[in-house]
Write a new protein. Structure first.
Length: 311
Protein backbone atom coordinates (compact mmCIF):
# COMPACT_ATOMS: atom_id res chain seq x y z
CA UNK A 1 0.00 0.00 0.00
CA UNK A 2 1.23 3.54 -0.77
CA UNK A 3 -0.11 6.83 0.61
CA UNK A 4 0.63 9.90 -1.51
CA UNK A 5 -0.33 13.53 -0.99
CA UNK A 6 -2.25 15.64 -3.45
CA UNK A 7 -3.53 19.20 -3.48
CA UNK A 8 -7.07 18.08 -4.26
CA UNK A 9 -7.02 15.68 -1.34
CA UNK A 10 -5.77 18.44 0.93
CA UNK A 11 -8.55 20.82 -0.10
CA UNK A 12 -11.14 18.16 0.60
CA UNK A 13 -9.66 17.58 4.05
CA UNK A 14 -9.64 21.25 5.11
CA UNK A 15 -12.78 21.16 7.34
CA UNK A 16 -11.68 18.06 9.21
CA UNK A 17 -8.10 19.29 9.39
CA UNK A 18 -9.18 22.64 10.85
CA UNK A 19 -11.20 20.87 13.53
CA UNK A 20 -8.28 18.55 14.24
CA UNK A 21 -5.85 21.47 14.64
CA UNK A 22 -8.25 23.16 17.06
CA UNK A 23 -8.55 19.96 19.09
CA UNK A 24 -4.77 19.50 19.27
CA UNK A 25 -4.32 23.14 20.31
CA UNK A 26 -6.92 22.67 23.04
CA UNK A 27 -5.14 19.59 24.35
CA UNK A 28 -1.76 21.28 24.20
CA UNK A 29 -3.04 24.39 25.96
CA UNK A 30 -4.54 22.27 28.72
CA UNK A 31 -1.11 20.76 29.25
CA UNK A 32 0.61 24.16 29.36
CA UNK A 33 -1.74 25.68 31.94
CA UNK A 34 -1.46 22.63 34.17
CA UNK A 35 -4.73 20.78 33.70
CA UNK A 36 -5.16 17.86 36.05
CA UNK A 37 -3.34 14.81 34.74
CA UNK A 38 -5.23 11.67 35.79
CA UNK A 39 -1.99 9.70 35.62
CA UNK A 40 -0.35 11.60 38.46
CA UNK A 41 -0.01 9.87 41.80
CA UNK A 42 -2.95 10.96 43.91
CA UNK A 43 -3.28 10.47 47.65
CA UNK A 44 -0.27 8.18 47.69
CA UNK A 45 -1.79 5.71 45.22
CA UNK A 46 0.10 4.44 42.18
CA UNK A 47 -0.79 6.30 38.99
CA UNK A 48 -2.58 4.37 36.22
CA UNK A 49 -0.53 3.21 33.26
CA UNK A 50 0.46 5.84 30.65
CA UNK A 51 -0.76 3.38 28.02
CA UNK A 52 -4.31 4.10 29.16
CA UNK A 53 -4.01 7.66 27.81
CA UNK A 54 -4.42 6.49 24.20
CA UNK A 55 -7.73 8.00 23.05
CA UNK A 56 -9.34 6.59 19.86
CA UNK A 57 -11.89 9.42 19.71
CA UNK A 58 -9.14 12.06 19.89
CA UNK A 59 -7.30 10.21 17.11
CA UNK A 60 -10.37 10.21 14.88
CA UNK A 61 -10.92 13.95 15.45
CA UNK A 62 -7.33 15.04 14.81
CA UNK A 63 -6.21 12.56 12.14
CA UNK A 64 -7.32 14.81 9.22
CA UNK A 65 -4.93 17.53 10.43
CA UNK A 66 -2.08 15.08 10.74
CA UNK A 67 -2.78 13.64 7.29
CA UNK A 68 -2.84 17.13 5.76
CA UNK A 69 0.53 17.92 7.34
CA UNK A 70 1.96 14.64 6.12
CA UNK A 71 0.57 14.80 2.59
CA UNK A 72 1.27 18.43 1.76
CA UNK A 73 4.20 19.59 3.90
CA UNK A 74 6.26 16.38 3.87
CA UNK A 75 4.75 14.76 0.75
CA UNK A 76 4.66 11.64 2.89
CA UNK A 77 4.71 8.23 1.26
CA UNK A 78 4.20 5.08 3.31
CA UNK A 79 4.46 1.66 1.68
CA UNK A 80 3.91 -1.87 2.91
CA UNK A 81 1.41 -1.33 5.73
CA UNK A 82 -0.12 -4.69 4.79
CA UNK A 83 3.01 -6.32 6.29
CA UNK A 84 1.83 -5.35 9.78
CA UNK A 85 -0.53 -7.89 11.39
CA UNK A 86 -4.05 -6.51 11.82
CA UNK A 87 -4.17 -7.87 15.35
CA UNK A 88 -1.89 -9.31 18.01
CA UNK A 89 1.42 -8.09 19.42
CA UNK A 90 4.16 -6.99 17.03
CA UNK A 91 7.39 -5.08 17.50
CA UNK A 92 7.80 -2.37 14.88
CA UNK A 93 11.49 -1.48 14.72
CA UNK A 94 12.34 1.80 13.04
CA UNK A 95 15.38 3.92 12.23
CA UNK A 96 15.25 7.31 13.94
CA UNK A 97 15.72 10.64 12.14
CA UNK A 98 15.12 14.35 12.53
CA UNK A 99 16.21 15.23 16.06
CA UNK A 100 13.31 15.80 18.44
CA UNK A 101 11.06 16.82 15.51
CA UNK A 102 10.78 13.33 14.08
CA UNK A 103 8.76 13.93 10.94
CA UNK A 104 8.94 10.30 9.82
CA UNK A 105 7.19 9.20 13.03
CA UNK A 106 4.28 11.56 12.36
CA UNK A 107 4.07 10.48 8.73
CA UNK A 108 4.07 6.81 9.68
CA UNK A 109 1.71 7.26 12.64
CA UNK A 110 -1.03 8.93 10.63
CA UNK A 111 -0.71 6.32 7.88
CA UNK A 112 -0.94 3.50 10.43
CA UNK A 113 -4.16 4.84 11.95
CA UNK A 114 -5.64 5.65 8.54
CA UNK A 115 -4.97 2.06 7.44
CA UNK A 116 -5.97 0.16 10.60
CA UNK A 117 -8.39 2.57 12.26
CA UNK A 118 -8.18 4.27 15.64
CA UNK A 119 -9.22 1.14 17.52
CA UNK A 120 -6.05 -0.82 16.64
CA UNK A 121 -3.87 -0.75 19.75
CA UNK A 122 -0.73 1.15 18.75
CA UNK A 123 1.97 2.66 20.94
CA UNK A 124 5.20 4.50 20.25
CA UNK A 125 8.12 4.92 22.64
CA UNK A 126 9.60 8.38 23.19
CA UNK A 127 12.44 9.81 25.26
CA UNK A 128 11.52 11.22 28.68
CA UNK A 129 12.60 14.68 27.49
CA UNK A 130 9.70 14.78 25.02
CA UNK A 131 7.24 14.62 27.91
CA UNK A 132 8.83 17.64 29.58
CA UNK A 133 8.12 19.98 26.65
CA UNK A 134 5.03 22.13 27.41
CA UNK A 135 2.10 21.34 25.17
CA UNK A 136 3.71 18.28 23.56
CA UNK A 137 2.80 15.69 26.17
CA UNK A 138 -0.97 16.17 25.95
CA UNK A 139 -0.82 16.19 22.14
CA UNK A 140 1.15 12.95 21.75
CA UNK A 141 -0.14 10.77 24.58
CA UNK A 142 -3.66 10.38 23.13
CA UNK A 143 -2.00 8.91 20.02
CA UNK A 144 -0.38 6.22 22.14
CA UNK A 145 3.05 7.75 22.77
CA UNK A 146 4.55 6.58 26.08
CA UNK A 147 7.92 7.03 27.83
CA UNK A 148 10.54 4.54 26.70
CA UNK A 149 10.94 1.90 29.38
CA UNK A 150 11.06 -1.92 29.56
CA UNK A 151 7.87 -1.95 31.65
CA UNK A 152 5.92 0.05 29.08
CA UNK A 153 7.21 -2.17 26.28
CA UNK A 154 6.12 -5.33 28.02
CA UNK A 155 2.75 -3.92 28.97
CA UNK A 156 2.04 -2.74 25.42
CA UNK A 157 2.86 -6.13 23.91
CA UNK A 158 0.82 -7.87 26.61
CA UNK A 159 -2.14 -5.79 25.37
CA UNK A 160 -1.62 -7.18 21.83
CA UNK A 161 -0.42 -3.77 20.63
CA UNK A 162 1.71 -2.82 17.68
CA UNK A 163 4.67 -1.22 19.44
CA UNK A 164 6.99 1.17 17.56
CA UNK A 165 10.52 1.32 19.00
CA UNK A 166 13.62 3.19 17.89
CA UNK A 167 16.68 1.36 19.23
CA UNK A 168 19.02 4.09 17.94
CA UNK A 169 17.28 6.72 20.08
CA UNK A 170 18.83 10.17 20.34
CA UNK A 171 22.16 8.76 19.10
CA UNK A 172 20.70 7.91 15.70
CA UNK A 173 18.21 10.76 15.50
CA UNK A 174 21.01 13.34 15.73
CA UNK A 175 23.53 11.68 13.42
CA UNK A 176 25.01 14.05 10.83
CA UNK A 177 22.90 14.76 7.75
CA UNK A 178 25.55 13.23 5.48
CA UNK A 179 24.95 9.94 7.33
CA UNK A 180 21.20 9.95 6.68
CA UNK A 181 21.30 6.66 4.78
CA UNK A 182 22.90 4.72 7.65
CA UNK A 183 21.16 2.47 10.17
CA UNK A 184 22.89 3.20 13.48
CA UNK A 185 21.42 1.51 16.55
CA UNK A 186 24.72 1.91 18.45
CA UNK A 187 24.77 -1.83 19.14
CA UNK A 188 21.62 -1.72 21.29
CA UNK A 189 20.13 -5.22 21.27
CA UNK A 190 17.38 -4.93 23.88
CA UNK A 191 14.66 -5.11 21.24
CA UNK A 192 16.06 -8.41 19.97
CA UNK A 193 16.17 -9.92 23.46
CA UNK A 194 12.61 -8.78 24.16
CA UNK A 195 11.28 -10.23 20.89
CA UNK A 196 12.95 -13.56 21.63
CA UNK A 197 11.79 -13.64 25.24
CA UNK A 198 8.15 -12.86 24.46
CA UNK A 199 8.01 -14.67 21.13
CA UNK A 200 6.72 -11.64 19.22
CA UNK A 201 7.54 -10.98 15.57
CA UNK A 202 9.58 -7.99 14.37
CA UNK A 203 8.43 -5.79 11.50
CA UNK A 204 11.12 -3.34 10.31
CA UNK A 205 10.00 0.20 9.45
CA UNK A 206 12.61 1.99 7.33
CA UNK A 207 12.40 5.74 6.66
CA UNK A 208 14.40 8.37 4.80
CA UNK A 209 14.13 12.15 4.64
CA UNK A 210 14.04 13.06 8.31
CA UNK A 211 17.74 13.92 8.43
CA UNK A 212 17.10 16.45 5.66
CA UNK A 213 14.64 18.51 7.74
CA UNK A 214 17.71 20.45 9.03
CA UNK A 215 21.46 20.39 8.60
CA UNK A 216 22.56 18.11 11.44
CA UNK A 217 26.21 18.67 12.28
CA UNK A 218 26.87 15.69 14.53
CA UNK A 219 25.96 14.13 17.84
CA UNK A 220 28.32 15.93 20.21
CA UNK A 221 29.02 12.96 22.48
CA UNK A 222 32.03 14.58 24.14
CA UNK A 223 30.11 17.78 24.90
CA UNK A 224 27.24 15.75 26.37
CA UNK A 225 29.68 13.89 28.59
CA UNK A 226 31.31 17.13 29.73
CA UNK A 227 27.91 18.65 30.56
CA UNK A 228 26.82 15.43 32.30
CA UNK A 229 23.64 15.37 30.23
CA UNK A 230 23.34 11.61 30.68
CA UNK A 231 22.85 12.02 34.41
CA UNK A 232 20.71 15.14 34.15
CA UNK A 233 18.51 14.41 31.14
CA UNK A 234 19.32 10.81 30.10
CA UNK A 235 20.93 12.27 26.96
CA UNK A 236 24.16 10.99 25.48
CA UNK A 237 24.25 13.67 22.79
CA UNK A 238 24.66 17.45 22.64
CA UNK A 239 24.04 18.16 18.96
CA UNK A 240 23.96 21.36 16.92
CA UNK A 241 21.65 21.86 13.94
CA UNK A 242 21.10 24.59 11.37
CA UNK A 243 17.51 25.31 10.33
CA UNK A 244 14.78 27.96 10.34
CA UNK A 245 13.81 30.26 11.95
CA UNK A 246 16.85 30.94 14.17
CA UNK A 247 19.62 29.27 12.20
CA UNK A 248 21.83 27.49 14.72
CA UNK A 249 20.03 25.48 17.41
CA UNK A 250 21.21 23.22 20.21
CA UNK A 251 19.07 20.14 20.82
CA UNK A 252 16.49 21.92 18.62
CA UNK A 253 16.30 24.79 21.13
CA UNK A 254 15.13 27.49 21.31
CA UNK A 255 13.02 26.52 18.29
CA UNK A 256 13.45 24.81 14.96
CA UNK A 257 10.93 24.44 12.19
CA UNK A 258 11.57 21.35 10.07
CA UNK A 259 12.42 21.93 6.42
CA UNK A 260 9.70 20.28 4.27
CA UNK A 261 11.82 17.37 3.08
CA UNK A 262 10.02 14.50 1.39
CA UNK A 263 9.54 11.62 3.84
CA UNK A 264 9.39 8.08 2.50
CA UNK A 265 8.67 5.13 4.80
CA UNK A 266 8.65 1.46 3.85
CA UNK A 267 7.35 -1.33 6.08
CA UNK A 268 9.19 -4.59 5.42
CA UNK A 269 7.91 -8.16 5.70
CA UNK A 270 7.52 -9.67 9.15
CA UNK A 271 10.58 -11.36 10.68
CA UNK A 272 10.25 -14.40 12.93
CA UNK A 273 13.73 -14.69 14.42
CA UNK A 274 13.46 -18.37 15.34
CA UNK A 275 12.24 -19.32 11.88
CA UNK A 276 15.04 -17.32 10.27
CA UNK A 277 17.88 -18.23 12.64
CA UNK A 278 16.82 -21.45 14.38
CA UNK A 279 15.81 -22.16 17.96
CA UNK A 280 17.39 -20.01 20.67
CA UNK A 281 19.31 -17.67 18.33
CA UNK A 282 22.15 -15.50 19.61
CA UNK A 283 20.92 -11.86 20.12
CA UNK A 284 24.10 -10.66 18.37
CA UNK A 285 23.20 -12.69 15.28
CA UNK A 286 19.59 -11.50 15.45
CA UNK A 287 20.76 -7.88 15.72
CA UNK A 288 23.02 -8.23 12.68
CA UNK A 289 20.24 -9.92 10.70
CA UNK A 290 17.58 -7.26 11.41
CA UNK A 291 19.87 -4.26 10.95
CA UNK A 292 21.26 -5.85 7.78
CA UNK A 293 17.78 -6.20 6.29
CA UNK A 294 16.98 -2.61 7.22
CA UNK A 295 20.25 -1.24 5.84
CA UNK A 296 19.67 -2.98 2.52
CA UNK A 297 16.26 -1.33 2.19
CA UNK A 298 17.57 2.07 3.32
CA UNK A 299 20.23 1.84 0.61
CA UNK A 300 17.45 1.27 -1.94
CA UNK A 301 15.45 4.24 -0.64
CA UNK A 302 18.55 6.43 -0.81
CA UNK A 303 19.11 5.37 -4.43
CA UNK A 304 15.55 6.47 -5.27
CA UNK A 305 16.17 10.04 -4.12
CA UNK A 306 17.36 12.42 -6.82
CA UNK A 307 18.01 15.49 -4.64
CA UNK A 308 18.08 16.16 -0.86
CA UNK A 309 14.81 17.63 0.48
CA UNK A 310 13.16 17.36 -2.96
CA UNK A 311 13.22 13.57 -2.78
Amino acid sequence: MSTRGSVSGFVGAIPGAAYGVAEMMRAGTADIIGAVDPRRILNGHEAPSPLDLRDPEYIRQTLPALRALSDVYFRGEVRGLENIPAEGPVLLVGNHSGGTLIADTFVFGQAFYHHFGAEREFHQLAHDLVFKIPGIRATLQPYGTVPASPDNMREALAKDAALLVYPGGDHESYRASWRSSEIDFAGRKGFIRLALELGVPIVPVVAIGGQETALFLGQGHRVAQALRLDKRLRLKVAPVQIGPPFGVTFLDAPLRMPIPAKITVEVLPLIDLEKELGADPDPEVGYDFVTGVMQEKLDELAEERTLPVIG
